[in-house]
Write a new protein. Structure first.
Length: 175
């Protein structure tokens, strides 16, 4: 009888509190985008007198002169988080629900954004919730992101990244 009560309490605890422990830390979050200013690439190579302007090359660091692919350190394409159909965004903009269902069905499911972090402290796959940004997963290493309390959130445009700037806020670490 005692083991049944213990199992019920354990099941109730898992259902009520969730399976993973959430840690809240105050961290400094900066922003970046895929432009040449943020990611350190330039069009064309001096090797070809900049005539091959359709190619992108790394402009600084130990990979200087190599082809820039635009991929993250984990090999994925960086992206902003998408809220999905069943989210706060659907409540605040209900007129977008039919448009999302008909024209953009791939937006029905939420998708985490790309975050750059120091992978010594936060390995690839670590999931965060950043207020004002959304959910994100560590998929990249930033060149200037050093330390346990620094993150870099990816935005699709340079203007959005500038608007975010640098914030010191409470972040939830989900796993």
């Amino acid at each position: 009888m005692k083991w049944k009560v213990t199992c019920l309490l354990l099941l109730f605890t898992l259902l009520f509190y969730g399976c993973c422990k959430h840690v809240v830390r105050k961290m400094e979050v900066t922003s970046y985008c895929g432009c040449g200013k943020c990611c350190g690439w330039e069009r064309g190579s001096w090797k070809y007198l900049k005539l091959n302007f359709w190619n992108r090359y790394v402009s600084s660091g130990k990979r200087k002169g190599q082809t820039y692919t635009g991929q993250t350190a984990s090999g994925t394409k960086p992206h902003e988080p998408t809220p999905g159909l069943f989210s706060i965004d659907s409540i605040t903009h209900p007129w977008m629900i039919p448009i999302r269902i008909i024209f953009f069905p791939w937006f029905l499911l939420p998708e985490d954004g790309t975050i750059a972090a120091d992978t010594i402290y936060h390995p690839f796959g670590t999931r965060f919730y950043i207020p004002g940004y959304g959910y994100g997963v560590v998929e990249d290493r930033g060149g200037a992101i050093k330390g346990k309390y620094r993150l870099d959130a990816y935005f699709n445009s340079h203007q959005k990244a500038l608007n975010w700037g640098r914030k010191r806020i409470d972040i939830r670490i989900l796993n």
